[in-house]
Design a protein around this ligand. Structure first.
Ligand code: DGJ
Length: 746
């Protein structure tokens, strides 16, 4: 049993392969957190909770003169505002009389096989026997408010998930002013918080800071998980790295505004909370109604964040993504966006596709610009019918022609948005988010469709669904190109406007669920101006997400590096684009653009018709190579070999098959030096004693240097991992090299 409850001591224990989580019902009925960390197979850690009478840290009434007992200093399993815990609260309930308080006391518990699911929200899933669930019911006696804490234990993955349901079991209505998902009180003060910050075209850059007295916050108030901060954070002991140090990873399975706070209190204890951002949030619960807070995935790694990432990668691939493409190889695609933007005809698309087919591309994707009057970004969104000037025989006509070429066919959509210059807006001006008496904030010339309205969602399902039913569409890219503002819905009463931000997200999830279940054969790719909604919530619906609108390979190295901490390679949409790059103007060898994009769900995004013979040859070879090693790269174990935030000279990463027989490592020179030092990378994840053959392939697409330089060595795994393999002496910025490492038969 991964989960146990000792009736006598009232201690709950949850064990995974390498971690243990313990909590205890205190003598007064509060649920106290005891421990989360390295596995402790036996024993209970109640002794860890200690108290003395401290000034300005009160005592619950029922504890009488037991002044050492304080909710302000004792570690809590789910913190609530108003009754003497002054640290960051998960729950704040306003009652009908205006009071704000909830004293959550243990009522009952249940342990069962399998994994709980959350209605209307994405969550990690499991079949019976693959996970266990613990449910703990806490009650606030005075109001009848009930909180059910939900825990899912995935032993093999070192993962414990949490979520909660808040029910109004009283007779009068209450308001949730905060309903965060989870709290983790760690009794240590030596932690650092790693966050993934950024901006449009520069997402998920890594940042690290010591948790100090007071709070460190990572959050989004944009209505989506955002480019600016990602809802995945790591708390690690000071100095932790890829292979050393205790680390806690927390990932919110949610795509809206979020809050993650690490707070060090007066006793040097660290509290971490995560959930829906309370700012702008207010949720009414009538008697008997329930609210579900989204899931947080907790993962503990005792030896650095490398293992932590790999555990999450496996969990996401195997228990978060669903559908046909969960384990299936992904087609190599060509997307027309960077080649044509809005300006194309069917004929041009077909000539692009035919050319791409000739190079080995398998899927042609028609991006933005094919519908309504969409010739620029200020019109058309909402009018989901083909523009006959661009597609005379509609999407169906083009789809047929693309299929006749022997390729699959995909389209771009942006369902959640509306342009004022659209028939949809002219018919339903009230379907966008705008506050009465105000003019709304515009972004990219567009407004936000009120996804909390069922009729708007029905319209989207009908109009886009009609196209998907009529035409053979194999792939859909679901884009979302702005942050939410003016969050006010005409469909809701004034008192319920604090619900709209979350109802928007629930509406998006409801619509996505309808689409993915009605069209199970389609490969869905998420997108939000690149990676503005790259979160675990999205991966429940779509197995891959366009990682960034920045396709410059050097910038992508940092973006994909940061993304890999929390998300698997199979989820990272990555394309080879033109050189000089359209975002940065940087000139880059095609070989290097390929090597970087292959650390993801791979494709091309350029006008292939303009390529020269050598480039065409190289692309054919890239595609052949990608297909050969795709399974290893998408579904093998991923290792970061360098720190992009520190190593200015080169970046390197590696894939290892689960049976450790095959591995690929790639390295890119970031900065060539005069009188260069010898570079070396230490491989990871191999079998110590097994012998491997290492083939080093140095690629170039420069005219006159057309041959690949190859070097073959043999070495035991131990040597490759501890001593390393030599990088070539890079002569120029952005050169790249790859190593094919194969276990030798005995
Ligand atoms: C933003 C996406 O990230 C791009 O790839 C492209 O699809 C544009 N939107 C189209 O408007």
């Amino acid at each position: 049993m991964a989960i146990t409850f000792n009736e006598k001591t009232k201690v709950f224990s949850m064990h995974t392969k390498n971690s243990t989580w313990q909590m205890q019902v205190s003598k007064y009925g509060h649920l106290l957190h005891l421990y989360y960390g390295r596995k402790i197979s036996e024993g209970e850690l109640s002794y860890l909770v200690r108290g003395i009478n401290r000034g300005f840290s009160g005592t619950p009434y029922e504890a009488g003169e037991d002044r050492a007992y304080s909710l302000d200093t004792y570690p809590q399993e789910y913190s609530a505002f108003g009754v003497g815990d002054y640290r960051e609260a998960c729950l704040c309930v306003e009652h009908e009389d205006g009071s704000r308080a909830a004293e959550l006391l243990f009522d009952s518990c249940e342990i069962c096989q399998g994994k709980y699911m959350l209605s209307g929200l994405p969550a990690v899933w499991a079949d019976k026997g693959e996970a266990e669930t613990l449910k703990i019911l806490l009650k606030d006696k005075a109001s009848g408010v009930e909180v059910t804490l939900l825990y899912g234990v995935f032993e093999e993955y070192d993962v414990i998930t949490r979520a909660c349901r808040i029910r109004n079991g009283g007779e009068t209505e209450v308001w949730l002013e905060r309903a965060l998902s989870a709290c983790l009180d760690i009794q240590r003060d030596d932690l650092e918080m790693i966050t993934f910050y950024g901006r449009h075209t520069m997402e998920r850059l890594i940042e690290r800071g010591k948790c100090r007295h007071g709070k460190i916050v990572a959050d989004s108030l944009r209505g989506s998980s955002s480019h600016q901060q990602n809802p995945f954070v790591i708390l690690c002991e000071t100095g932790a790295g890829e292979e050393w140090g205790e680390c806690y990873g927390m990932s919110l399975v949610y795509s809206g505004s979020f809050l993650a706070v690490a707070e060090v209190d007066q006793l040097n204890q660290t509290r971490f909370v995560m959930g829906i951002h309370p700012q702008g949030f207010r949720w009414k619960l009538k008697a008997g109604e329930e609210f579900t807070a989204p899931e947080v995935i907790f993962s503990f790694g005792g030896s650095g964040y490398g293992d932590l990432s790999r555990n999450l990668h496996r969990l996401y691939r195997e228990h978060l993504t669903r559908g046909k493409y969960r384990d299936k190889r992904r087609p190599v695609l060509l997307n027309n966006w960077e080649a044509t933007e809005f300006h194309f005809t069917e004929e041009q698309l077909l000539s692009l596709a035919a050319d791409a087919k000739e190079l080995g591309v398998e899927l042609f994707v028609m991006d933005d610009g094919w519908f309504g009057g969409r010739n620029h970004d200020r019109c058309g969104l909402g009018d989901w019918r083909a523009n006959p000037k661009k597609l005379p025989k509609g999407v169906k006509g083009l789809a047929e022609k693309i299929h006749q070429l022997g390729m699959e066919f995909g389209i771009w959509i942006e369902p959640e948005m509306i342009n004022e210059d659209s028939d949809l807006f002219r018919t339903h001006p009230d379907w966008c988010l705008t506050a009465p008496g105000r003019t709304p904030n515009r972004e990219r010339g567009q407004l936000v469709l009120d996804m909390s309205r069922p009729e708007a969602r029905d319209y989207l399902f009908d109009s886009i669904g009609k196209i998907l039913r009529k035409a053979k569409v194999d792939y859909v890219k679901w884009d979302m190109n702005r942050s939410l503002s003016d969050v006010w819905s005409g469909a809701c009463s004034a008192m319920r406007q604090g619900e709209i931000g979350h109802r928007y997200v629930l509406g998006v999830y409801e619509l996505m669920e309808r689409f993915v279940s009605c069209f199970p054969d389609i490969l869905w790719e998420g997108c939000s101006g690149g990676g503005g909604r790259f979160d675990a919530g999205m991966l429940y619906y779509m197995p891959q997400i366009w990682c960034s609108d920045n396709t410059d390979a050097i910038e992508r190295i940092s973006i994909q590096y940061g993304t890999s901490f929390g998300y698997p390679v199979s989820s990272i949409g990555a394309h080879v684009s033109v050189s000089p790059n359209l975002q940065t103007g940087r000139t880059m060898p095609l070989a290097t653009r390929g090597i970087v994009a292959m650390a993801g769900a791979f494709g091309y995004e350029l006008d292939v018709r303009k390529l020269n013979c050598r480039e065409r040859e190289l692309i054919r070879e890239q595609i052949r190579w990608y297909k050969q090693y795709q399974e290893l790269m998408l579904y093998g174990d991923y290792y970061r070999l360098t720190k992009t935030e520190e190593n200015q000279d080169f970046a390197a990463w590696q894939f290892v098959s689960r049976n450790q027989k095959l591995s690929l490592a790639s390295a890119v020179c970031l900065h060539a030096r005069s009188n260069p030092l010898f570079g070396r990378i230490r491989l990871k994840g191999l079998k110590e004693d097994a012998w491997y053959q290492v083939r080093r392939e140095r690629l170039t697409d420069e005219p006159g240097m057309e041959s690949e330089e190859q070097e073959v060595t043999m070495c035991p795994g131990g040597g490759l991992m501890h001593a390393g393999v030599n990088l070539p002496v890079f002569e120029k910025d952005y050169e790249s090299v790859r190593f094919v490492v194969e276990m030798m038969e005995c």
